[in-house]
Design a protein. Sequence first.
Length: 245
Amino acid sequence: MPRWQNQPRFQPSPRFAEMNASDSGSASVVAGWDQLRLPRVAAPKSSGPLVVAIEGPNGAGKSTLCEALQHALPAPRCLGTDEAWFSEAFKVRMIRDAEWPASAMFFLSGCWEQMRLLSTRPEPLVLMDRSLWSTLAVQAATSAGRLETLVAMLTPVWGALRLPDLTLVLDASFDSCQARIARKIGTARALDELTADAVFHARERAFYRWLGRQRPEVKFLDVDRRDADQAAAAAAALIRESAPC
């Protein structure tokens, strides 16, 4: 029997239980963001490659799309957080068990360091599987006040943050994402199942729509109506519009 089949399914931690104990749906959460704005300070110019972040909920097909684009463009790909942050035990601890401010700062610091490293690379284009926006999305979907708290925390340093040059958000229904998660195995599936909740999914999608209204470089790609090849072709076309390959 494969080792992963003996692994117990992770139980939601108290920090995810907050999601179900507060607001009952996405409408009340999104209403709290109406007046919230990201800082207008310009991000620092980078001499490195154009960075394209692939975003979206768990199970939307981000890694699959990154792999396809890596060969189609071609372009190297990386995780949104530097690999030094990703020992298996520590990753599980920070996703499942840590208090939410510690978890958020952990992943945001890894994204910050990853963008610094990318600024030194010689390639013209790099694909990034998730980015700092994923951390904000997860926290915003868990509790209404967390996004406001994180924006306030980041505002003093916003001018030093390197942001992705283009962000492609994969827009997928809850059922589609759950079907893809069901095909995963081991820790990857167990961690994705921590937030396998229709309310969380709706809030996360609402966050990305809010982000799209704030940032003109955020684009959306409907992957429910496209197969993998069609999604890759559409994504490649959007990327070429920003930076011909």
